[in-house]
Design a protein around this ligand. Structure first.
Ligand SMILES: O=C[C@H](O)[C@H](O)[C@H](O)COP(=O)(O)O
Length: 219
């Protein structure tokens, strides 16, 4: 289902476009299919990756890499951990949401790809990832608890100690319960000193492409 929606998004890519390359297991298939189109159809595109993972994959597929210093993004394609009916998102399950937000929010068009398990009525069952400056751990944790969050520092699976992001920061996973006001909460969270970026993405998505057992749906 992930592959189906990702391949459908890759078919939207036009020759000459500058692409934002999201991160995760779903965008993995998007980058793969864009790479196949570069190889088989000879389309010329450039990618701006949102993580080391996406950058390495794009290079493997001979997708030329560029940056926001040199180009503006025509189309960004990214995954999500939760999607609400207004296309507000929780992202950051792979600790990449800070670079993703920079890339996704600057794109002329933002398309989200996901399997149908990601669709929710209200955001919040998935704990909200926030990236923080390591030395701010205690005050940021306190500020998040004061906002009603239950805070856990994300620990590495293949590494001892905390997960270190591509920007050399920590990730906190914060359970707030149902997030009824994602638009104001996205802004409020970023006022906490030391909190670099939160995983709420609101009012930015142009299109959602869902993979399901019944096929691909364009929402
Ligand atoms: O930090 C990771 C990203 O926000 C991913 O796009 C998100 O976690 C969805 O990943 P996946 O496609 O693997 O479910």
């Amino acid at each position: 289902m992930k592959k189906d929606c990702a391949y459908a998004a890759a078919d939207l890519v036009k020759d000459g476009q500058i692409l934002g390359l999201g991160t995760g297991s779903t965008t993995h298939y998007f980058i793969e299919k864009v790479g196949m189109r570069v190889r088989d159809e000879g389309i010329e595109v450039m990618g701006i990756p949102t993580s080391f993972q996406s950058s390495l994959l794009a290079r493997k597929w001979n997708i030329q890499i560029t940056s926001l210093d040199e180009h503006e993004i025509d189309l960004a394609v990214d995954g999500a951990d939760e999607i609400d009916p207004n296309f507000n998102l929780i992202k950051g399950g792979g600790a990449a949401h800070t670079l993703e937000k920079i890339v996704d929010y600057s794109a002329k068009e933002l398309v989200i790809i996901a399997d149908d398990s990601k669709l929710v009525d209200v955001l919040g069952a998935f704990p909200l990832p926030v990236e923080i400056i390591p030395s701010s751990l205690n005050p940021v944790t306190k500020a998040l608890e004061d906002m009603g969050g239950e805070v856990k520092i994300r620990m590495g699976k293949a590494k001892d100690g905390p997960v270190i992001t591509d920007n050399a920061n920590f990730i906190l996973d914060v359970a707030f319960g149902k997030i009824e006001n994602p638009i104001s909460m996205e802004k409020e969270l970023n006022t906490i000193p030391g909190l670099v970026e939160n995983g709420l993405f609101t009012e930015m998505v142009d299109r959602v492409i869902i993979g399901s057992k019944d096929g691909v749906k364009f929402l």
